[in-house]
Write a protein that binds this ligand. Structure first.
Ligand SMILES: NC(=O)c1ccc[n+]([C@@H]2O[C@H](COP(=O)([O-])OP(=O)(O)OC[C@H]3O[C@@H](n4cnc5c(N)ncnc54)[C@H](OP(=O)(O)O)[C@@H]3O)[C@@H](O)[C@H]2O)c1
Length: 262
């Protein structure tokens, strides 16, 4: 009888597909976010791809139409209403990986000495820092209730204070925002460590997105090598998978697997 029961259990486990892990991505209608959605979907994850304007997110809608495991949701990370609505809709649903990717470079004319403005500072900080933190705060129970329990924010190496002297001049607010994002996530890491959640910062290798094109148009290429979003994300995904508490605490994890000091 016991043997029969065991055989039935084994048969059932083959018949029932394992529940896929879930990733929720902010800013996934273009650039790296869209590529993360594509590649996680291709790997069989359940993808909650969020965008400020789902109605005009053509590529994302095409991806979702072709993949049952991709759903598209509205989320402007600077909107408390959007954040609350998303959290309410997904209440009680696990999110294994919360990927805080949405970001803005800001108006570069107002991010150099002599042209700095308070409004531009607030606009960049609101999206890049508070936006990420507010989404993490609202969805933390979803992450705590998941298997992987991971929050990963997409930062930039040009926010590293250690590297500042080597990098030279650059957009003030964007750099400040990424440094602040790093600390925001470190503070969050301390609060959710007890729940087994890993909070990490990842810096993609330079990737040919609208953001990088705007950056290069303003500052010049400066010999910087870059790759397609597809290649950058293909590198980043296994690195994200391998991040644990110890690695996350070391500094900014670069998508090539190295770690840059804060
Ligand atoms: N590309 C690189 O080489 C590089 C290097 C280091 C770090 N990063 C970081 O990687 C992330 C993605 O950058 P990217 O290069 O893919 O830039 P991108 O092509 O400019 O895409 C930015 C994404 O963020 C979204 N976004 C902006 N404001 C938002 C808001 N308020 N709410 C929700 N989404 C918002 C955009 O949505 P809309 O289409 O609605 O504007 C878009 O989907 C950013 O955090 C960036 O700082 C990029």
């Amino acid at each position: 009888m016991n043997r029969l029961f065991a055989v039935a259990l084994i048969a059932l486990s083959f018949a029932t597909p394992a529940l896929a892990d879930t990733v929720l991505i902010t800013g996934s209608d273009r650039g790296l976010g869209l590529e993360f959605a594509r590649q996680y979907a291709a790997q069989g994850w359940t993808v909650i791809a969020t965008a400020r304007n789902p109605d005009t997110a053509k590529d994302l809608k095409t991806l979702s139409a072709a993949n049952k495991n991709v759903s598209v949701e509205r989320l402007d990370v600077s909107s408390d209403t959007d954040i609350a609505a998303l959290a309410a809709k997904y209440k009680g649903k696990p999110v294994d990986l919360l990927l805080l990717n949405a970001g803005v470079l800001g108006d570069l004319n107002h991010e150099s000495l002599g042209g700095l403005t308070r409004k531009d500072f607030h606009d960049v900080m609101d999206v890049n820092v508070f936006g990420a933190l507010a989404v993490a705060q609202a969805l933390r129970e979803n992450v705590i209730g998941s298997k992987q329990k991971k929050i990963v924010a997409v930062t930039s190496g040009i926010g590293s204070i250690t590297a500042a002297g080597r990098i030279g001049s650059g957009p003030y607010f964007y750099r400040i925002s990424k440094t602040a994002l790093d600390m925001a996530m470190q503070a969050l890491a301390q609060d959710v460590k007890k729940d087994g959640v890993v909070v990490a910062l990842i810096s993609p290798t330079p990737s040919d997105t609208d953001m990088l094109a705007t950056f290069h148009n303003f500052y010049g290429q400066g010999g910087m090598k870059s790759s397609s979003p597809a290649d950058s994300v293909a590198k980043a995904i296994p690195v994200i998978a391998g991040i644990d508490q110890a690695k996350a605490a070391q500094g900014i994890v670069v998508a090539d697997g190295s770690v840059l000091p804060w």
